[in-house]
Design a protein around this ligand. Structure first.
Ligand SMILES: [Zn+2]
Ligand SMILES: [Zn+2]
Length: 304
C-alpha cells in the first residue's frame, strides 16, 4: 500500500515564522558574520508526533516529545567560497530549555561548523564519529560523545545508532575521522545519511524498517566530488533501504560564489523523485524547501 500523503500533515498555519536579519559584528576579529534568523513558533506536539524542519543542506531539526535533535548544524550565509542561496537561514534550536542532541556525520566544513555549534544550547550533547571527539571538545562548549558504526546510545527516550557511510573523513589541514550516518528512533525510525556515496551494503539498512530517510541528492555545486550521490544514485539507495518516506537534502542551499547556472539548485529533488517512482514505488518522496516543516502525526501505515 502506498504511503497516504494525508498522514504527513504540513500545516504552515500552525508554523508561523518570524524572520529577522541578525547581523553579528565581530569587531574583535575584524569580521562581520551574517545570520538570517528564524525564530519559529512551533506547534505543540502530541506524544506520538514527530516534527521535522529541514533547515537546509544537511541540517535537519527533529522534535519528539520533550527532546530536540539536530543534524550537522550549518547556519552560515557564507562559508569559504560558498554563498547561501535564497537568503534564508534558520537558527538551530528554537527552545534552549529543551534537551538537545546534535549529530555530526563527519568533519567536512559544510557538516561540522564551530560557529554554528557555538550558537546552540551549551547544555546539548554532541554525538560525533569515533576519532573526532578530542578535536571538538577543545572548540565547543557542549559535551561530546563518540559513537562508532554499529554502536548505539540512548538520549532520554530516543535511540541513536551509528551506521556506515562511504565518504571522506578528512578535514583540512590534518584532522581525520570516518564519516557515518545515523539511525534515530524517535517515534519513527529515521535514517540520516549525512554525506555518502552509493554502496551495495546499504541493503543491510532495509532490515531496520526505516520510516523516513533523509538522503543527499546533490551538493553545493553541480560537480559532485567522490563519494556523493546524484539523484539517480540516491534513488538506487532508496531502493536498497526501502524507506516509507524519503526527503531529499543536501541540495538548493549553497552555491559557489559567482556561479550563474542555478539549475542545480532547483532540479535535483525532482529528478530524484522521478527516479524513485520507478525504483522505490512504495516510498512517498516528500520534497521540502529549506525552512519547510513536515509533521508526522502518529504512526505510518505499513508498506506493501
Ligand atoms: Zn562531506
Ligand atoms: Zn556535504
Amino acid at each position: 500500500m502506498p504511503i497516504i500523503p494525508a498522514i504527513c500533515r504540513r500545516d504552515r498555519s500552525q508554523l508561523r515564522r518570524r524572520t529577522t536579519w541578525n547581523i553579528i559584528n565581530n569587531r574583535a576579529r575584524g569580521t562581520t558574520r551574517y545570520f538570517d534568523t528564524i525564530e519559529p513558533t512551533l506547534p505543540s506536539l502530541r506524544s506520538e508526533d514527530l516534527h521535522i524542519r529541514w533547515l537546509g543542506h544537511a541540517t535537519v531539526l527533529m522534535r519528539h516529545r520533550s527532546v530536540t535533535l539536530i543534524t550537522d548544524p550549518l547556519f552560515r550565509t557564507r562559508l569559504f567560497h560558498l554563498r547561501r542561496h535564497g537568503g534564508t537561514i534558520s537558527r538551530g534550536t528554537p527552545d534552549n530549555s529543551m534537551p538537545l542532541v546534535i549529530l555530526i556525520s563527519h568533519l567536512h566544513h559544510d557538516h561540522l561548523d564551530f560557529i554554528s555549534l557555538r550558537k546552540l544550547n551549551p547544555d546539548a550533547v554532541v554525538v560525533v564519529p569515533v576519532g573526532a571527539g578530542t578535536y571538538l571538545k577543545r572548540r565547543i562548549p557542549q559535551d561530546v560523545i563518540e559513537l562508532g558504526v554499529g554502536e548505539d546510545i540512548r538520549f532520554h527516550h530516543i535511540r541513536i545508532k551509528g551506521v556506515r557511510a562511504e565518504h571522506g573523513g578528512r578535514r583540512w589541514p590534518s584532522v581525520s575521522a570516518p564519516a557515518q550516518g545515523y539511525i534515530i528512533e524517535a517515534g519513527q525510525t529515521v535514517y540520516f545519511a549525512g554525506d555518502t556515496g552509493l554502496f551495495p551494503a546499504m541493503e543491510s539498512l532495509h532490515s531496520c524498517g526505516i520510516d523516513i530517510a533523509f538522503l543527499p541528492v546533490c551538493g553545493h555545486s553541480p560537480h559532485l566530488g567522490k563519494h556523493h550521490m546524484n539523484p539517480i544514485e540516491a534513488a538506487q539507495a532508496l531502493e536498497y533501504i526501502g524507506a516509507r518516506i524519503a526527503v531529499p537534502i543536501h541540495w538548493g542551499t549553497y552555491r559557489p560564489l559567482g556561479y550563474s547556472n542555478h539549475d542545480f539548485l532547483r532540479t535535483p529533488p525532482y529528478e530524484f523523485a522521478s527516479h524513485a517512482a520507478l525504483r522505490a514505488s512504495n516510498t512517498h518522496v516528500h520534497i521540502l524547501n529549506p525552512g519547510d516543516d513536515l509533521l508526522i502525526a502518529g504512526s505510518l501505515p505499513s508498506a506493501a
